[in-house]
Design a protein around this ligand. Sequence first.
Ligand SMILES: [Zn+2]
Length: 46
Amino acid sequence: MDNKEDAHARLYKKEFHEVDYLDVKCPLCNSRIDEYGYCACGAGDS
Ligand SMILES: [Zn+2]
């Protein structure tokens, strides 16, 4: 398990592959933003 999967499991109490993603990409890491408007790098968590 890498850090990204672990972060999602801890923060959202669900598996990384179970998180729904929006069709929006994070400006910092270029990953898709999840259903909560957050990304594993912490962008949006302000
Ligand atoms: Zn990000």
